[in-house]
Design a protein around this ligand. Structure first.
Ligand code: SF4
Length: 255
């Protein structure tokens, strides 16, 4: 099988390659060419099952570099990688992968479970009714969506909005790890149990995890209820979620 046919059915890489060629920036092309070679070797060896984790410079402390440009290039690279990813079965039914959206210099990263129907259609996180509630929740603590970065544990919609399976989370989590490393937020807020347990490696219920600060790789992490759960059972979750939001607000105020 030629390299071209080996890549086309599963990864969409040829299209990706020509997009890169059209950019006209030779350094960018060189950098991304090496990425394609690395991806190709990974694909031929493992079918992307064990893709190596990239390493990132410490964006906030490296002198003499255009930090903003590097960071936004790296973020765009993440988006491209996620949009063509075939590491787990969830790519098969997606309309769009949903890498994440927001301020890549944000102090707050919000992590949900996975894209729903509207997110799958639009390729953006939290755009349905739960997204509207999230916007209101943020506004209640004087945050706009542009102030934060919003993403999910898995970047493709699970069928019928089911909870992502452990192997799907395992396949996808390196994207989130890379995003967190890149953004380097002051605090992470997990929306829902799937996000909290995946990031904390805990089997405690959300009612036991929420209302407290935890740590994810030395970054404070605050779990709270998913807006979709609050919409479904407002009498059960709204008050507790508001308490968590106030904790987030006070944390940001005292930074
Ligand atoms: S859910 Fe994540 S690992 Fe699975 S195909 Fe989508 S981007 Fe890739």
């Amino acid at each position: 099988m030629s390299l071209f046919t080996a890549l086309r059915p599963r990864s969409g890489r040829p299209e990706y390659f020509f997009t890169i060629l059209n950019k006209g920036n030779i350094l960018d092309i060189k950098d991304q060419y090496y990425d394609i070679i690395e991806d190709t070797i990974d694909f031929l060896k493992t079918g992307f099952a064990e893709r190596k984790k990239r390493t990132y410079p410490d964006w906030k402390n490296e002198p003499g570099l255009d930090q903003e440009a590097l960071k936004s290039d790296e973020c765009a690279r993440f988006d491209r990688d996620i949009r063509v990813c075939t590491r787990c079965r969830l790519y098969q039914d997606r309309l769009n992968a949903v890498p994440g959206k927001g301020n890549i210099n944000a102090d707050v990263v919000l992590v949900g479970e996975g894209p729903g129907e509207m997110e799958d259609v639009k390729g953006e996180p939290f755009v349905g009714k739960a997204g509207q509630l999230l916007t209101s929740m943020l506004a209640a603590i004087q945050l706009k969506r542009e102030d934060v970065y919003i993403t999910n544990i898995v970047k493709c919609r699970p069928p019928e909005n089911r909870t992502p399976l452990p192997d799907e989370i395992l396949s996808c989590i390196t994207f989130l790890e890379g995003q967190i490393e890149l953004i380097n937020p002051s605090i992470i807020c997990c929306l829902g149990w799937t996000a909290a347990k995946s990031m904390l490696g805990s089997d405690l219920s959300l009612s036991r995890l929420r209302g407290k600060f935890h740590r994810y790789k030395n970054i404070p992490l605050l779990p709270t209820y998913h807006p979709a759960a609050i919409l479904r059972f407002p009498e059960k979750y709204k008050r507790a979620a508001w308490t968590d939001l106030k904790m987030l607000r006070d944390f940001l105020k005292n930074m």
